[in-house]
Design a binder for this molecule. Structure first.
Ligand code: GLU
Length: 256
């Protein structure tokens, strides 16, 4: 008799997490289909999450287009979808927790002031004066402090920004927090994000969040071998639909 813990197939929860910075294209149709199929094959659920914390790039009309285009393609997700812009207070409280643990520091530097390669900074000595003059700052994770906290040295990470100056949070914080609160068991996403996964796993350890399993799928390329992008309007799902293609034809184009 096996003594191992058996995970029920029904426990699988994946998510598709587009950012509404443009219209969805064939690459998104492919990514959505991998995440939704992964859940379906395991009798699980695929959630939809709108990653719209960056108000400088995201637009509500693209969020609406995501709902419409995915619905037209035939994907189903539990409603309402989680919209990150509704949860800023939660991301702020994660930053507060990391601050209380002494793991982050204020950084006033601009990108141009940073050296290339791995960056290990420190709190700015003129911090108080800069704060009282209302200068904006980012919060960075201090890998030196993390090494002390975890009792591990030589971690191969830079002091990444966890809260941007302009939006008060970051992709890493919002994504990992949401994966935790949404109970994501399997993160199914593109290979372009694979290099960020180890850093996200570190954050999950620091916050005591569960670490999901990860599957990084290939990216769909255009005929020139470049990644499909939102700038390439030819391949937007919307334009293909307007040209008269059916949802099935668009999925056939998207899925190799
Ligand atoms: N919002 C990210 C994107 O559109 C996806 C992030 C993720 O799946 O973790 O590329």
């Amino acid at each position: 008799m096996s003594t191992g813990t058996k995970i029920s197939m029904a426990d699988v929860i994946t998510r598709f997490a587009p950012s509404p910075t443009g219209l969805l294209h064939l690459g998104h149709a492919y990514a959505a289909s991998v995440a939704f199929e992964f859940a379906k094959e395991r009798n699980g659920t695929c959630l939809l999450r709108i990653e719209d914390i960056d108000h400088t790039r995201c637009r509500p009309e693209y969020t609406r287009a995501i709902y419409e285009d995915l619905d037209w393609l035939g994907f189903n997700w539990p409603i309402p979808a989680r919209k990150q812009s509704d949860h800023r207070a939660e991301y702020a409280s994660v930053i507060e927790t990391l601050n209380k643990k002494g793991l982050i520091y204020r950084c006033f530097k601009t990108r141009k002031e940073l050296p290339d390669g791995i960056y290990r900074g420190a709190a700015d000595p003129g911090e108080m004066a800069r704060m009282s003059s209302n200068e904006r700052f980012a919060w960075r994770l201090s890998i030196d402090q993390v090494e002390i906290y975890l009792g591990e040295s030589h971690l191969p990470f830079s002091d990444e920004i966890l809260a941007r100056k302009d939006i008060g949070t970051s992709y890493h914080i919002a994504c990992c927090h949401d994966d935790a609160v949404q109970g994501i068991t399997h993160v199914v996403r593109g290979k372009d994000i694979e290099p960020l996964t180890k850093f996200q796993n570190l954050l999950q350890r620091l916050m005591g969040w569960p670490i999901p399993e990860y599957f990084h799928h290939d990216l769909r390329l255009n005929d020139d071998g470049d990644k499909l992008s939102k700038r390439n309007h030819d391949t937007s799902i919307r334009s293909l639909r307007e040209e008269g293609y059916t949802a099935q034809q668009v999925l056939d184009m998207a899925i190799p």
